[in-house]
Every structure is written in structure tokens, then in C-alpha cells.
Design a protein around this ligand. Structure first.
Ligand code: GAL
Length: 657
């Protein structure tokens, strides 16, 4: 693996740059302003296929040569894009059957982007032709420090239902299941008489007027992930040499790709993150996305490849960032392990779909708060250069599984309120408010990976394999603390029930069985014996070894356990059979009992994260925050840390060795 790009030095700073949208004078001003702001890296060429190959087999690289040379002369490094997310009009016209088809059977039109199917042979051929040329021409260019393949695989194009996809799907199934008997068994095709006698009878799980076989749908999601990944690999093999990445469409938000399967194929993890403008506490989602990005790379430095200086243009309302918010957001990514701060985009576009999107150079120009903040951030990042390469350590891990996400959110589950991200966020947020830094792990992680953590949390693992459950049990027996939320461990990788009572493969480790689910009505809540309300879920827990920690004091399971603990071997397994309105009292107790280190006496709104000897303090409140136990140099101010973080401010303290 080529690893993190060697250049630029320090924390890389910049964004997506589309010089092709601007005349030469503006490009010249761009380079001057980039230097003024301390920009060190720009992503180039991401959607430029139509300019690089204006007609099939006719290439025009001159404009790119020129801008690369000029950026290089100005000391600005380039993350060179491959433009396959925007196939040119001539391509779609010549190969109309390369246009993706939705599950509902609608063929996607042109005029947008992401309008070629990753499985289509002509698209793959054209990709190889173009990317091979880019690699040969620019692989040794001194400005190019890394490659940026495609753009956000999986968003908006996740699954495609075109003919080429169905052909590839049948081949994928043959590889996965040596014979049709194995497929019929795995998919449970005895149900509703769906048995297959010939591979050619198997179609994609298209929209139907009733529920389509869930095992078939899960495999189609896996297949679609693999097809996009194959398209990425095709390019990666051609590029070689310098580090290669692709920008994830938001680790937390892009449901369609199983990013654990991608992580090992990237030299450096790159994530795009946009705030949900409507949520006042959206910085917690940002933290979760950043922690998941770091975890995908096994803790190695990663890159925030896109975020925004202000409003985005694709949400119901373009909520601008408040003073100081962009700085807090940027430095929160750095705090959580990013060695880059990159934006979409450098200069706001005058035309096209994203003209109301914020940028580093806004339409208002340089006499604007945004520009002044951009310049100030560049100066901060220069000062923080020494942080590069340092690592975040965590004592708590959350198990995150995209396949469980897909499976949970298929149709006809016991409650329409079961939502993967909702439970993930609830647990993550409670830990965040306690200043507990969290890593993420796949359920297939090695026992040695689990054992590095004092606490492992399973907020939403409806689908869990027997092997993963056994591993978790060994983790507990070896002294770990496991916390499991309701509706976990129910089905195997084919969405087939684990035999016996719920919770299937987790019965032994949790020391309980569940007799029946009692999901609550919409807006119904129940109360708990320890105080507080709970929503969504209630169930009849029967203890087979665990002890009750709290019971339901109202609702269908009054008097029966709602929270349990099972001491097993040297460790403990907790079970939470509902969605408490406030998870924090319980989680605080659990992490404290497990001996997790966490700072005390801090306001909830003060985010504290450590990268080796650097302590990042991000104050999300509009009053100053007092931080009692941190001493050292305030790196950005260049003076000893006073123990106070200004309202809305960020302080980075280098503690003495
Ligand atoms: C990203 C995309 C960018 C730009 C941005 C706007 O998802 O990769 O090209 O569209 O959103 O927020």
C-alpha cells in the first residue's frame, strides 16, 4: 500500500477545483488567492471526461497540462481525479443501454451525473482507455501527489437493474453458490414457491407489488457493492505508483456501499461530510462520520476530502454556517484523525446545479466573512502541521455493519420504527456527551481487535453471523464489557432466523431468551424502574443466567426486565431491551465500571479529543468553557493554555511529554 501521500507537508488544505469553468484571468486570480489562503492541495478533473475526450478516441489534454504546470509552479499539489462519474454525452448516445435502470424499471436520463452502469462492458472499456492514458501522461507529473478515482461510488447510483447488471448478477451468483441447490437453500425459496431450476430463471429483485425475497435483495445489495468496487479496482490497477483513493459519499450516510470491503483497496481513506443543516447538534453526526472514517483505515490518518464552508445546495434549506462553525467543523475532523481539510469547492460556480452551494471563494468575493475565515483557517492549519501522522486512541468500540443495515431496513420487520442509524446515533451520542472517543469495528473483526477495547457496543446488529457472536462471547469471557441493544443477533447472513428463541446467537452471551416482541405504537412510551421513559420497543425477556438491572414499570412487559447484565467469565454482557429516552445514565455507569478513561467536570458541549500529545478542545457553546485538567502549550496562540476555551472557539493544547 502506498499509504498517505508524502506531499503536501503538514495538514493538507484546499478543495475541489474546476478551472475548466473559468477563463484564464480568473484561473490566475485563483492561484494567487490559493497562495494567500495557504492552500496546498486541490482536486482536479473530477467531472472533466467530456473535456478530456470530447469525441470517442479524440483526446485533449493540453488544458490540463497547462493548469497542472501552473499549480506546480505555485507550489500547489494536485489530487488528480478520474472523471468516470460523468460520462460524456457521446458515450451515452452511442451506448444507450449503459444508462442505469432503477428498481422500478425507469431508465435514468442524461444531463446529470453518475449515469453509466458500473457493470456495463462498454463503460468498463471506455474507463480503461481513458484512465490508462491519464496514468501514462500524469503518473510522473511532479504536481500530482495522489489519484482520486471517480466520485462517491454508490451515491446516487447504488443498485442498477439494466440487462448488463442482470448478466453480471447471474455470474456473481454462480461464483458465490457453486450450485443452484445451495442458492435455493440460502434464499429459502421453498417460501412462496420460488424455487429455481435454471440460473437463467433468476432475475434482479425488481420492484414488485409485494415483498421480494429478502435474501435475494441482500445478495443484490452485495453484488451491487462488488460491481462498483470492481470498477474502482479496474482504475486502481492502471494508476499504481502514487496513492490512490476514492471519496466516500459520507461514511455514515452512504448506505449502499459496504465500506469495510472498500477500505483495504484505498491507500488513504477519503470521506465527504455535509452537516444536516436542520439539526442544531449536527456536530455530533460529524464526529461519528469522522470516527468511522478513521476506523475504516484502522486508525491511520485519513482525509476529509469534501465538506462545506457554508450552505449546501441539495437540502430543503441551504442553512449557512454560523460564525466559527466552519472552523470548529474543520478542526473536529483533524481532531479525529484527518490530516487534510478539503472543501467542495474552491470557487462557487456561476452555472449548473450547484450555484447556490458555498465555496472557499464565495460569489461575494474576498470582501466576505467566508473568505476571511478561509484565510484564517489556512494559517491555523499551518501552525498545526506538527500534528500530522499522530493517532487517536479509543477504549470503546461500536460494531458497525452495512449488511446488517441493509437487512434491518428491508420490509416487514416487527416495527417500522426500527432504523439502523437511529440506534447507532443514540449510542454514539450518549458516549460523545460523556467525552468518550469511539472507534468502529466490523462484526468480523478479529478477537485481538475486540480485545483492545474495554467496552464494545452493538447498537444495531439484527443480522449477526454465528462466528461473529462466538467471537463476541470470547471477548466477554476474556474480560470485555459488551453492550447489546434490542433486536440484535436475530438472523444469519441470508436473513434466515437463527434456530430457537430470540436473540438467536446472542442467547448464551447475554444469559437470556426473549419470549415475544412487543413493539410499541407510534408515539407510545413506557417507563422504566430506574426512572425515565422509553420508546419503540418492549419485549418479554426471560433470564437464563443474567440479572435484571432495570424493569419495565409500564406497558406490555410491566415488571419484566428491560436492562440486564450477565457476568460471564472475566467480563460482563449488558442487554438493553428498549430505547431509553436518555441512554446516558446507563452508559456512563457501564463505561465507568469498565474503567474507561474519560475527562470529568467538562461541559457537555465541550468536545475533547486526543491525538497522541495533542488535545483538541472544541467549544460548541456560546459561552466560554473551563477545562480543569489540561496543561501545556496552546499551539494556535503560542502561549501557555489558560484553562479556558472561548465561546464557539477551538484550542489545541500540546501537552508536555
Ligand atoms: C458531494 C459531491 C460533490 C458536490 C457536493 C455538494 O456529494 O461529491 O461533487 O456535489 O456533494 O455538496
Amino acid at each position: 500500500m502506498a499509504g498517505y501521500p508524502a506531499r503536501p507537508e503538514g495538514i493538507a488544505y484546499g478543495g475541489d477545483y474546476y478551472p475548466e469553468q473559468w477563463p484564464r484571468e480568473v484561473q490566475e486570480e485563483d492561484i494567487r488567492l490559493m497562495r494567500e489562503a495557504g492552500v496546498t492541495l486541490v482536486s482536479l478533473g473530477i467531472f472533466a471526461w467530456a473535456l478530456l475526450e470530447p469525441a470517442e478516441g479524440r483526446y485533449e489534454f493540453g488544458w490540463l497540462d497547462e493548469i497542472l504546470d501552473r499549480l506546480h509552479a505555485a507550489g500547489i499539489a494536485v489530487d488528480l481525479g478520474t472523471p468516470t462519474a460523468a460520462p460524456p454525452a457521446w458515450f451515452s448516445r452511442k451506448y444507450p443501454d449503459s444508462l442505469p435502470v432503477t428498481r422500478e424499471g425507469v431508465r435514468v436520463g442524461t444531463g446529470g451525473r453518475e449515469h453509466a452502469c458500473s457493470s456495463h462492458p462498454a463503460f468498463r472499456r471506455a474507463t480503461v482507455e481513458l484512465v490508462g492514458r491519464l496514468a501514462a501522461r500524469y503518473g510522473e507529473h511532479p504536481a500530482v501527489v495522489m489519484w482520486h478515482v471517480h466520485n462517491e461510488y454508490g451515491a446516487p447510483l447504488g443498485e442498477c437493474y439494466c440487462e448488463a447488471s442482470v448478466t453480471a448478477w447471474r455470474e456473481w451468483l454462480r461464483q458465490r453458490y457453486a450450485g443452484l441447490d445451495a442458492l435455493n437453500d440460502a434464499w429459502g425459496t421453498l417460501f412462496w414457491g420460488q424455487r429455481y431450476g435454471d440460473w437463467a430463471e433468476i432475475d434482479a429483485p425488481r420492484w414488485s407489488h409485494t415483498v421480494v425475497n429478502p435474501a435475494q435483495r441482500l445478495d443484490y445489495a452485495r453484488f451491487s457493492n462488488d460491481e462498483h468496487l470492481a470498477h474502482y479496482r479496474l482504475q486502481k490497477e492502471l494508476l499504481g505508483g502514487k496513492p490512490v483513493t476514492t471519496n466516500f459519499a459520507g461514511t455514515v450516510n452512504c448506505k449502499s456501499m459496504d465500506l469495510w470491503t472498500w477500505a483495504g483497496e484505498l491507500d488513504v481513506i477519503a470521506n465527504d461530510h455535509y452537516l444536516d443543516g436542520e439539526r442544531p447538534d449536527n456536530h455530533i453526526q460529524l464526529a461519528m462520520s469522522a470516527d468511522l472514517s478513521r476506523s475504516l483505515g484502522g486508525g491511520a490518518p485519513w482525509m476529509i476530502m469534501e465538506h462545506s464552508t457554508g450552505a449546501v445546495s441539495w437540502q430543503p434549506r441551504g442553512i449557512a454556517k454560523r460564525p466559527g462553525e466552519m472552523r470548529r467543523n474543520s478542526l473536529a475532523h483533524v481532531a479525529r484523525g484527518s490530516d487534510a481539510v478539503m472543501f467542495f469547492q474552491w470557487r462557487a460556480s456561476r452555472f449548473g446545479a450547484e450555484k447556490f452551494h458555498s465555496a472557499m471563494v464565495p460569489h461575494a468575493g474576498t470582501d466576505s466573512a467566508v473568505w476571511r475565515d478561509v484565510v484564517a483557517l489556512g494559517a491555523d492549519l499551518r501552525t498545526l502541521g506538527e500534528v500530522r501522522g499522530t493517532r487517536v486512541t479509543a477504549e470503546v468500540a461500536i460494531v458497525w455493519d452495512w449488511v446488517a443495515y441493509w437487512a434491518l431496513e428491508l420490509e416487514w420487520r416487527p416495527s417500522g420504527d426500527l432504523a439502523f442509524l437511529e440506534r447507532m446515533s443514540a449510542y454514539y451520542e450518549a458516549l460523545w456527551r460523556d467525552h468518550v472517543t469511539t472507534d468502529f469495528l466490523p462484526p468480523s473483526a478479529d478477537i485481538s481487535d475486540f480485545s483492545r477495547y474495554r467496552v464494545v457496543v452493538l447498537p444495531s446488529s439484527y443480522l449477526l453471523t454465528e462466528a461473529a457472536a462466538k467471537n463476541l462471547q470470547r471477548y466477554v469471557e476474556g474480560g470485555g464489557t459488551l453492550v447489546v441493544s434490542y433486536f440484535s443477533g436475530i438472523v444469519n447472513e441470508h436473513d434466515t432466523m437463527h434456530p430457537g428463541a430470540y436473540p438467536g446467537v446472542l442467547r448464551d452471551v447475554l444469559g437470556l431468551t426473549i419470549e415475544e416482541f412487543h413493539p410499541l405504537r407510534e408515539r407510545e412510551s413506557v417507563t422504566l424502574s430506574a426512572g425515565g421513559a422509553a420508546r419503540v420497543w418492549s419485549e418479554r425477556v426471560r433470564l437464563t443466567g443474567a440479572r435484571s438491572d432495570q424493569t419495565f414499570s409500564s406497558g406490555p412487559d410491566t415488571g419484566h426486565p428491560a436492562v440486564t447484565r450477565n457476568d460471564l467469565g472475566a467480563g460482563t454482557a449488558w442487554y438493553v431491551a428498549t430505547a431509553p429516552a436518555d441512554l446516558r445514565p446507563l452508559l456512563t455507569r457501564i463505561v465507568d465500571q469498565a474503567g474507561v478513561t474519560r475527562p470529568r467536570d467538562l461541559p457537555e458541549t465541550l468536545e475533547l479529543v486526543r491525538r497522541d500529545r495533542y488535545v483538541f478542545l472544541i467549544n460548541h457553546a456560546d459561552i466560554p468553557a473551563t477545562v480543569p485538567d489540561v496543561t501545556g502549550l496552546d499551539l494556535l496562540a503560542g502561549t501557555p493554555f489558560t484553562g479556558q476555551v472561548p465561546a464557539g472557539g477551538v484550542t489545541v493544547v500540546r501537552i508536555p511529554l
